[in-house]
Design a protein around this ligand. Structure first.
Ligand code: GDP
Ligand code: CA
Length: 330
């Protein structure tokens, strides 16, 4: 079975760990979000790709959900001693090595997809990890500070400001000119199942879908597409997804996120049992829906979620009309 997963950072990575356990023989291709990428200290940092790589490769800080386990911060402290920041972005010593290798390879002319493959040769994540694009895409957030409009890098909004002011708009800068990385469209076309893990619908999956060709490929794929809600009980399980959902005019509910993707894009949608009341609402939008436990408390619970997603995909796949006849969900 060939499974394609569009993934952000923590939500995507943790789900993938469960999926690997649920489908140990599957060939899993991960299309990772690179809209969160940022240049710091002259280094190219790809937080979402690294979270997937470290989580599946056994190097993640489990508690935190991102960064390396057993991390120290000597380099950061030494930089700070020179007055060089930003101090708000946590880059540990072990993590620095990844960004140095990546930046060095990019400088030598390798595309990000080749660099990611090289980094994965060490981590052996057990999936094929592809960046959504080799082109630079950078998510910016439009905010208003003291009556003045400003745009800040997504990381500044998320990590520095903790999304403390409303987001007016979320713009994946460069996405329109970007092309999918080698292998992305082929993997989607050849997939038996396509999954949207409980990743952020706007700044993770939304950004991936903003690369011209990817949304269209998912909509046209013969494989059933099933998503899992990152919103449980009308709030994100973790983080501030409600802030960026509001920016695109979507309520923070499991049903609203399903409708945001639309029946042209997703065939099935899983909501948490606390949101069982939303099932009829989602089905009314033409999306097959089930309520099952969606808390990734441990790998077994997550594997059970993955099994439910695959079961719903199998059900949707049997009765699926050819997707080409459907809209693109916009
Ligand atoms: P990020 O790039 O690190 O922000 O990670 P993702 O975009 O992949 O995932 C973030 C989303 O994961 C958040 O909106 C959370 O609500 C969601 N999430 C985190 N843990 C869980 C969980 O246990 N269950 C569900 N359903 N969603 C979760
Ligand atoms: Ca992210």
């Amino acid at each position: 079975m060939r499974i394609v997963v569009l993934a952000g950072g923590i939500g995507g990575a943790r789900f993938l760990r469960g999926l690997k356990k649920a489908a140990p023989d599957a060939e899993i291709t991960v299309v990772g979000n690179t809209g969160d990428d940022i240049h710091l200290f002259g280094l190219k940092v790809c937080p979402d790709l690294d979270t997937v790589m470290y989580t599946l490769g056994g190097g993640i800080d489990e508690e935190q959900g991102w960064g390396r386990e057993g991390e120290s911060f000597t380099v950061k402290e030494e930089l700070a001693a020179y007055g060089v920041g930003p101090e708000w972005f946590g880059l540990g010593d072990r993590d620095f090595a990844t960004h140095i290798v990546r930046t060095q390879m990019l400088g030598a002319g390798y595309p990000l997809s080749a660099v990611t493959e090289a980094l994965c040769a060490r981590w052996r994540p057990g999936v094929r990890l592809l960046p959504m694009s080799d082109d630079r895409v950078e998510t910016h957030v439009a905010i208003e500070v003291d009556g003045e409009q400003r745009a800040v890098h997504f990381q500044e909004y998320w990590v520095k400001m903790r999304a403390s002011v409303p987001a007016r708009a979320v713009v994946p800068v460069g996405a329109e000119q970007a092309t999918p990385a080698p292998g992305v469209l082929e993997a989607i076309a050849d997939a038996d199942v396509i999954l949207f893990p409980p990743s952020n619908p706007v700044v993770s999956i939304g950004t991936i879908l903003a690369v011209p060709g990817i949304r269209e490929a998912v909509a046209a794929a013969s494989a059933p597409v099933v998503g899992l809600s990152p919103i449980v009980g009308d709030a994100p399980v973790r983080g501030m997804a409600d802030k960026v959902l509001a920016a695109v005019g979507v309520e923070s509910t499991a049903a609203a996120v399903a409708r945001h993707y639309g029946s042209g894009l997703v065939d099935g949608w899983l909501v948490d049992t606390v949101d069982a009341g939303a099932v009829a609402d989602v089905e009314a939008a033409g999306i097959r829906c089930r309520a099952v436990p969606l808390m990734m408390t441990d790998v077994d619970a997550t594997a059970a979620m993955a099994r439910e997603a695959l079961a719903l995909a199998a059900e949707a796949g049997k009765t699926a009309e050819p997707k080409e006849t459907k809209g693109t969900g916009e």
